[in-house]
Design a protein around this ligand. Sequence first.
Ligand code: TRP
Length: 338
Amino acid sequence: MSRILTGDRPTGALHLGHYFGTLANRVRLQRGGHEVFVVIADYQVISDRDRPGDLDQTVSGLVLDYLGCGLDPDETVIFPHSAVPALNQLLLPFLSLVSMGELLRNPTVKEEISLAGRSTVSGLMFTYPVHQAADVLFCQADLVPVGRDQLPHLELTRSIARRFNDRYGQVFPLPDALLGEAPVLAGLDGRKMGKSLGNGIALADPQDLVAAKIRAARTDSEREVTYEPGRRPHVANLLRIAGLCARREPEDVAAQIGSGGALALKDVVTQAVCEFLAPIQERRAAFAPEDVRRVLSHGTAIANDVAERTLHEVRAAMGMTYRHIARRAAAGCVTVEA
Ligand code: TRP
C-alpha cells in the first residue's frame, strides 16, 4: 500500500478539469485501500494576488467538492497546510537545498507569472514550489496524483528529497507522479481550465448554469462535427468533455452528432455533463457545515501528528536536537521548564 499526497489551492470551486485530472484518481486510490492525504494549499493562494479572498467559504466549498466526489473523511486526511506548523518549518532546510537558478527556471511558475499579468512578482511565487515539496515530504508520501502542470514541482520535490538524504542521511522516499486521464483539459474559452479563470464547469454548477456556459463556449462554423484536436481545438475540447463525462471516445460522440453543427454538439455536451454531475451534486448536498468542520479538525490533528514526527527526524538528521534544550521548549511550546 502506498501513501498518497495531493492537494489544491483554495482559489475557487473545483471543476471538471480537476475531476478528470486528479479527483477521480484520489477516489480510486482511496477505495483501493491506500492512505490518502489531501492538502488544502491556502498559503499558495497569496503567491499571485494580494488578498486570499473569503477562505472560510472557499475551503468549505472545496471540502464539499471532495466529499461529493466520494472521498471518505474516515479514510482520507484533509487539512489546510497553514494549520500544520511543523510542515511549514520544513521550508527552511528545503530552501537551502535548491538554487536560485532552479527556482527561476520553473516553467509552471513562469506561466503563472505571465497569467497573473502584474508589474511585480512576489518572492513566494518563486519559492512556493519548495513549500509544496514540504506538503509532499512531510508525510513521506510515495505517490502524488497531479495534472501535467505540476510535474516541474514534483521534479523539484524529488531533487530536494534526494539532496536531503545525500547530505543528512536517508529520511525521505522519492515520490512518483501519477497523471490523470485528462491532465490538462482546456476551458470553454480555449485557455487552460482554471479555478480562478472563470472558464470551467464547476462540479457544483447547477444545470442551467452548465447549459449557459456551454452555449457560450467557442466553436467554429463548420457544420460537420469531427474530432480534430489540431485543426479544430474548440470543438475537440467540447467532444473530449462530453466523452469523459459519458465514458465514450470523443470520435464516437462526433460521429453521433454528424452534420448537426455546433447547436447539436452543445446539446449533447450539456446533457453528458449534467448527467455526470447529478450524483456528485446529490452527495454534496447531503453534508452540513458541521460535517465540514469535523472533517477538517480530524484531518488537521492527524497531519500535525505526522508532521511533528517528520520534523523531529529532520532536525535529528541535521543535528538540531540539542541536549541542552528541554523537549517541550524545543518543540515550540510556551512553557519552559526550570
Ligand atoms: N500547486 C497545486 C495546484 O495549484 C496544489 C498543491 C499544493 C499540490 N500542494 C500540493 C498538489 C502537493 C500536489 C501535491 O493545483
